[in-house]
Design a protein around this ligand. Structure first.
Ligand SMILES: Nc1ncnc2c1ncn2[C@@H]1O[C@H](COP(=O)(O)OP(=O)(O)OP(=O)(O)O)[C@@H](O)[C@H]1O
Ligand SMILES: [Mg+2]
Length: 331
């Protein structure tokens, strides 16, 4: 196993302070200790070439886990091995094996032009010139970076910076890539470029990816396995397909009719609308294994002619919403 995590815990200790300056001074000495159990006894292992979506609601402990795996944070207890190494003891060797992107902050030098940051990384990782040039060309092309290589990092747009950061994290050719919200705030075109790059690296170079995101399209496009975290604990660990098959209970059928039909009589036959309807455009909720022929039959009984019909793809967002909200929790 490339990544191994056993009974990992992280508890943050902070002192509760009263408001105001005096409160903060007094608090230094007398404040009550407060414990936040951000990560509680989690275990999983990830093999070479896997692409894992690491999901969970805000505050679930995702970033805390990634910080421990990358050696930025010390675990309170438990075991972590990255390609057999302990990140706390082998911080330097570990950085050679890892590419890390935190969507919220950059690893590039703020005041340097992007290409000079890359040059510094080349020196730090002692990447041979030829290999460096080849990889640079590869990323400039893949991530469409030509236009802003000479710009200072602090002048880059968010989308440019994210692409620059992704390339920076991969220059030394690490076998593992950790991505913490890499598409946050990106426009749809840039999201696409970032997703395609991740997919290509995973498929062609077998790079192992752990991806945290709140964007379900990232997951649908990229992940094959899900690890779902909630309040510091693993709630689900398995294939994305199995997850959808087990927890997807409904599907939405969208219909365009040639004329308006009586929506209420459709409802009286037991069909549930997924959204308000004007009688001509309808979205009907069906059980996932329920055939659409019953619905079509009911409509034709009413004399409605169907212009267009689409059966909605499985909606990961809706499923996760229910799970996050504590419903549907037969996990
Ligand atoms: N340095 C810290 N000191 C104290 N508490 C912290 C610290 N870092 C994180 N926490 C707490 O740990 C919990 C988990 O935080 P974490 O950042 O790992 O969540 P997350 O799953 O990444 O959420 P998000 O989706 O919002 O990024 C939260 O309750 C958070 O407030
Ligand atoms: Mg986070």
């Amino acid at each position: 196993m490339l990544i191994q995590v056993e009974n990992l815990n992280k508890t943050f200790v902070s002192r509760k302070r009263k408001a105001g300056l005096w409160g903060s001074i007094v608090g230094l000495f007398s404040g009550k200790k407060e414990y936040i159990h951000a990560v509680k006894d989690i275990s999983f292992s990830i093999g070479r070439g896997e692409l894992v979506g690491y999901l969970g609601p805000n505050g679930a402990g995702k970033s805390t886990t990634i910080k421990m795996l990358t050696g930025i944070l010390r675990a309170s207890s438990g075991l972590i091995r990255i390609d057999g190494l302990d990140p706390e003891k082998h911080r330097k060797e570990i950085t050679r094996k890892l590419g890390v992107v935190f969507g919220q902050k950059t690893q590039l030098w703020w005041d340097l032009p992007v290409e000079e940051s890359y040059d510094l990384l080349r020196t730090i990782y002692r990447i041979p010139q030829k290999e460096f040039r080849d990889r640079m060309d590869y990323f400039i092309d893949l991530l469409k970076m030509e236009d802003f290589l000479g710009q200072q990092t602090r002048k880059l747009s968010l989308g440019q910076r994210m692409r620059a950061d992704l390339a920076a994290s991969l220059l030394h050719n690490p076998p593992i890539l950790f991505l913490d919200e890499p598409t946050i705030g990106l426009d749809i075109i840039t999201k696409d470029v970032v997703r395609k790059t991740i997919k290509q690296l995973n498929q062609e170079q077998k790079i192992t990816v752990v991806l945290t995101t709140h964007d379900m399209e990232d997951i649908e496009y990229l992940a094959t396995r899900l690890i779902l975290l909630d309040r510091g604990q693993v709630q689900y660990d398995g294939q994305l397909n199995d997850f959808i098959a087990n927890y997807q209970k409904e599907k939405i059928v969208s219909l365009h009719l040639e004329q308006e039909t009586d929506v209420r009589s459709l409802q009286s036959k037991g069909f549930e609308l997924a959204s308000p309807s004007n009688g001509q455009f309808l979205e009907v909720r069906l059980k996932v294994d329920e055939s659409v022929s019953g619905l079509i039959g009911a409509l034709s009984e009413q004399g409605a002619r169907i212009q267009e019909i689409t059966v909605g793809k499985q909606d990961l967002t809706e499923t996760l919403k229910k799970i996050y909200a504590g419903k549907n929790l037969e996990l």
